[in-house]
Design a protein around this ligand. Sequence first.
Ligand code: PMP
Length: 352
Amino acid sequence: MSLYDNIRRVTPYIPGEQPAGKVVKLNTNECPYAPSPRVAEAIAACDADRLRLYPEPDCLSLKKVIAAHYEVKPSEVFIGVGSDDVLALAFLTFFAGQKPVLFPDVTYSFYDVWAKLYAIPYETVPLAADFTLRPEDYAHTNGGIIFANPNAPTGLALPLTGVEEILAKNPESVVIVDEAYVDFGAETALPLLQDYENLVVVRTMSKSRALAGMRIGYAFASTRLIRAMEDVKASINSYTMTTLSLAAGKAAIEDEAYFRETLAKIIKTREETKAALQKLGFFVTESKTNFLFARKPDISAQNLFEGLRERGVYVRYFKKPRIDEHLRITIGTDEEMTRLLEELKCLCIKLR
Ligand code: PMP
């Protein structure tokens, strides 16, 4: 018996690098544009004296703003420290049974980390060869279901009919739809909340609202499911959201015009970059996100990834079954994408 026998050992999720210095950073799906100017104003207006006090434990002021925006009740909203926090708490709250939780074999690589941490039994369900999710594969016994829509890192979206099919076939399981990237062009499951009490929709302000550094995530579900999440949260840490993040979150939601403008720019750049990559001989999936998932059949993705990195362009590469010939490239500014394409052009000649 040693000291170390009683220590929990886990294999953590490894996020994309945050390199110091000036690089073209296309590796963690951040927004290339600043958050709404109203966010800066809201932060500047925060009185430092207020920081003596604990923040609101129930985040009600931000819940009210989110609820009004999405036309739900504040009691149907949960708020956490980025959607990673919301998802981790959702795993802990909703996947407490003995049956395996289902999620796709190719998806956000945090899901199996949480399942292992909490000792939740799980089963991965293979996506089709073209990486699409087949709703009919989620009809067998399970203790819950989670999938990202659009999916990461494939970028592909499941139509709402497919989401509904999964909900309808699993009335006894909580179905979590991780909509981190939904604003970039996929259909949201929010309209299904009225009809399906087993639905939990998770969102983030890290991507489409340019607030990755503020750490704000949220979820929508029935009042009863949200209360269950609140109880679990309050059993760990009552005060998760800072006074500053609550103020920033409210301002970001309230500036709809800026939000729409930012999305339009990113989507335009995405489609232009996709066409340019195809011209270079890449196969690119039909992304409904702020990243592209691309492969060049005649060149190793790992070599491209390393070559780009040496040239100061950071993209994401996953050395994992089924996707180790792909690169995941975040949509940056037009200038950043031009630089990426120039470097790729050189590398494609060098590595062929
Ligand atoms: N879900 C998916 C599918 C993601 O790709 C990410 C970003 N890594 C998250 C959730 C978490 O994002 P955040 O914690 O910044 O909200």
